[in-house]
Design a binder for this molecule. Structure first.
Ligand SMILES: Cc1ncc(COP(=O)(O)O)c(C=O)c1O
Length: 320
């Protein structure tokens, strides 16, 4: 057995019957044709979900678009070619990867005590990326911190990849702030990482700019049909989140017992600082427990109970 706790995936797998049901409904012609993304039914399903979970009835079809995962959304936004990408480490590693790959100029402003946003002078042409909850720390930024960023000329991208674990959202702020862009994904709560589905929520004027750089046929028609089914059956997935949260609590307490203080997480992972994190990652991997060493700490995804136990036992073995 191995414990794959390094990608913040959903440990429970995707319900195969749902996958097969949608596959059965696909006819040959639908498969053969290019399909404009999002389909009208998907647009409607997403709008309903965003309205319901954000108490945001002002959201309409022209406030959303879809992308191959949240990573696809990040790349799409970087395609707007900001003059400067602003990052707050410790943060999501792929912002660096994409900014470097696209040869964008980026600057970093470390979080204070790994938790609080520093004061930064933001100007026209800046694009800020901020995961909320944060990855890798798992903590939530305060509303006033996000507002401080928004009260600037910068485009502020709030990455809500872990929304369903916190139910904290900036959606309400979209009404007032045209410079706000929100990203979400089905990879985490909806156990869909391998299928690549994400979406963007923004004001129609911002969306117009985004749509200019998006290929309107950028999504698989099958994945779009499945996404609608996922939203229809969302209670099945959301029920599992409770299990993940209970396991997170248990793991947190077990780590505390061995003297490890974790950051307060509202996600499906935990993060703690530790000496020689890369070495700890390597030694855990030797025991087939895979975690991520990031910014002087270890980030571990909440897996199934037996995987978490395997992680705990291996970590205790290493620290002895
Ligand atoms: C903060 C954050 N944003 C985006 C992503 C990418 O998600 P996706 O699988 O939808 O590309 C992740 C995945 O780990 C993440 O942690």
């Amino acid at each position: 057995m191995e414990a794959r706790l390094n990608f913040n995936e959903n440990p429970f797998g995707f319900p195969k019957e749902l996958f097969l049901k949608v596959a059965q409904e696909m006819d040959g012609d639908y498969i053969a044709r290019y399909t404009e993304a999002p389909t009208p039914e998907l647009r409607e399903a997403l709008v309903d979900y965003i309205r319901e979970t954000g108490r945001a009835n002002f959201i309409d079809g022209d406030w959303i678009t879809v992308t191959p995962g949240a990573d696809g959304a990040i790349q799409l936004l970087m395609d707007l070619r900001p003059k400067r990408v602003v990052l707050f480490p410790p943060t999501y590693f792929y912002y660096y990867t994409f900014a470097e790959g696209m040869q964008l100029h980026y600057e970093e402003f470390p979080l204070i005590d790994d938790m609080k946003l520093p004061e930064v002078d933001l100007g026209e042409g800046d694009m800020v990326f901020i995961p909320n909850p944060n990855n890798p720390t798992g903590h939530i930024f305060k509303d006033e911190e996000i507002l401080r960023l928004l009260n600037s000329p910068a485009i502020v991208v709030v990455d809500e990849a872990y929304f369903e674990f916190s139910w904290n959202t900036a959606v309400q702020l979209l009404k007032e702030y045209e410079n706000l862009v929100i990203l979400r994904t089905f990879s985490k709560a909806f156990a869909f990482a391998g299928q690549r589905f994400g979406y963007i929520i923004a004001n129609p004027s911002m969306m117009e700019r985004i749509e200019k750089v998006r290929d309107e046929y950028n999504m698989s028609s099958f994945i779009m049909k499945l996404a609608v089914e996922i939203l229809k059956n969302r209670e099945v997935f959301l029920g599992k989140i409770k299990e993940i949260e209970m396991e997170r609590k248990r793991l947190e307490e077990e780590l505390k017992k061995i003297g490890i203080e974790v950051f307060p997480s509202q996600t499906n992972f935990l993060y703690f600082k530790i000496k020689n994190a890369p070495e700890v990652q390597k030694r855990l991997a030797e025991r087939k427990v895979y975690v991520r060493a990031l910014w002087g700490g270890i980030r571990v995804t909440i897996g199934k109970r037996e995987e978490n136990d395997m992680f705990l036992a291996a970590l205790k073995g290493i620290l002895e």
